[in-house]
Design a protein around this ligand. Structure first.
Ligand code: GUN
Ligand code: FE
Length: 426
């Protein structure tokens, strides 16, 4: 068991009291053992000098498609349904075991270099085991799953077509192989693509299996107005009402986007503890709209942040998502619409709540897992930053290049731009 002492840092804890501590952080194995000034623990194997540096809880990305990392730039300037049919589905269909593996590894490398320590990942129909291999080797914490899309659709390439029974069987096989593996670092999440790709039978079965195995369900919902119009035409219901009708609207459900919700849908999400992953960069790029995040936050909905896949966003960087989340509402709601603290909460403890791990990750507190990033925010500053609010500084001015070290489960997965996977010669 390694004993690591990080010295002299500015520690943004994101605990309930929102403490900022100037001092040391002591890690034993995979957990935080002490936080305070001038710690002198008996046993220390490694000392990290973090003078003038800032430690934040590792970022928790609650919506990503690692299988789309290689498609960056190939699917620009389209709206959701055209983008899926013309670009994304044919590209996903072209994947083989090896390309899925490298797509995942490249995406994870980018995420870890920008301080992300946990992801909620939706893969494609096939070869999901390769993505789990990459997740396992990289050290990142993840909930991941094979996408499920069993509904007949003329626009779907052959390689993405699957039967309801196969979709469920393959998902359960992956769940049994990977759920709670790697010391609990990897978990399974059922991943029906969205209502338009799934039969009612499949969604009902996912609802039962999610309860039986106590695992999350991760899907897209109410992202685009045309999507909603077709869901309503096919089911006679609004999207969230339909998911609720099938028993899916509960605390294990993570819904990406939620741009277009009516009041009744917002109430269901709030009352039933559904988690919403806000993806501002993707919502802008695919011209989906601007989700009413200030309104949802005021209602007490659980909110977190996601970049979505590389082609919806062109980068997988939480600093960009935080900056967008903080700024896009200002023109309509005013300058305090989304303050920096709320935004950093969404990227950290909000994400931890989404994945049901708020007792383990999402803030820097004694007893929690050591998932964190060390930032050097002084590189571009000509004056010392005394008097500046540390949280605003992270949200409004930090960039990916400021991340010097990323740690997951007490293990350093990136230090000074060198990834653990590269160290291992992968
Ligand atoms: N809705 C259904 N599939 C997708 C996808 O791959 N990305 C996004 N952004 N929305 C979707
Ligand atoms: Fe997505």
């Amino acid at each position: 068991m390694t004993h690591t002492l990080i010295k002299n840092a500015e520690i943004i804890t994101m605990n309930e009291k929102n403490d900022i501590i100037y001092g040391d952080l002591y890690i034993v194995g995979n957990r935080i053992a002490a936080i305070g000034k001038n710690l002198h623990p008996e046993k220390v194997d490694k000392v990290i000098d973090a003078a003038n540096k800032t430690i934040v809880p590792g970022f928790i990305h609650t919506h990503i498609h690692l299988c789309q990392t290689l498609f960056r730039g190939q699917a620009d300037d389209l709206e959701l349904l055209d983008w899926l049919k013309k670009k994304i589905w044919p590209l996903e269909a072209s994947h083989d075991e090896e390309s899925i593996y490298y797509s995942a590894l490249l995406g994870i490398g980018e995420l870890i270099q920008s301080g992300t320590t946990t992801i909620v990942d939706m893969e494609t129909v096939h070869h999901t085991d390769s993505a789990f291999q990459a997740i396992s080797q990289s050290g990142i914490r993840a909930l991941a799953g094979k996408v499920m899309m069993d509904k007949k659709d003329d626009d779907l390439p052959k390689a993405l077509q699957e039967t309801t029974a196969d979709s469920i069987k393959e998902s359960v096989e992956l769940l049994e192989k990977w759920h709670n593996s790697n010391n609990g670092r990897i978990r399974y999440a059922f991943s029906p693509r969205f209502v338009l790709s799934c039969t009612e039978d499949l969604l009902r079965e996912v609802s039962h299996l999610s309860a039986a195995y106590n695992v999350h369900v991760h899907t897209h919902a109410s992202e685009n107005q045309e999507e909603i119009r077709i869901v309503e035409a096919e089911t006679g219901m609004r999207n969230i009402m339909y998911l609720d009708h099938l028993g899916l609207a509960n605390e294990r459900l993570i819904l990406a986007h939620c741009v277009w919700l009516n009041d009744q849908e917002k109430q269901i999400i709030k009352n039933q503890g559904v988690k919403v992953s806000h993806c501002p960069g993707s919502n802008l790029k695919l011209a989906s709209g601007i989700a009413d995040v200030p309104g949802l936050l005021e209602q007490g909905v659980f909110l977190s942040l996601g970049a979505d896949g590389a082609p919806c966003n062109n980068n997988l960087d939480m600093f960009n998502e935080m900056r967008l989340a903080a700024t896009i509402h200002k023109p309509s709601y005013g300058p305090t619409a989304m303050n920096a603290k709320h935004v950093l909460e969404m990227a950290t403890i909000g994400g931890a709540k989404a994945v049901g791990l708020e007792k383990e990750i999402g803030s820097l507190e004694v007893g929690k897992k050591a998932d964190l990033a060390i930032l050097n925010l002084n590189q571009l500053h000509t004056f010392p930053s005394y008097g500046v609010d540390p949280i605003s500084r992270v949200v409004y001015s930090a960039t990916r290049g400021d991340v010097e070290l990323t740690m997951v489960d007490g293990e350093i997965v990136m230090e000074n731009r060198v990834l653990k996977t590269i160290d291992q010669g992968i």
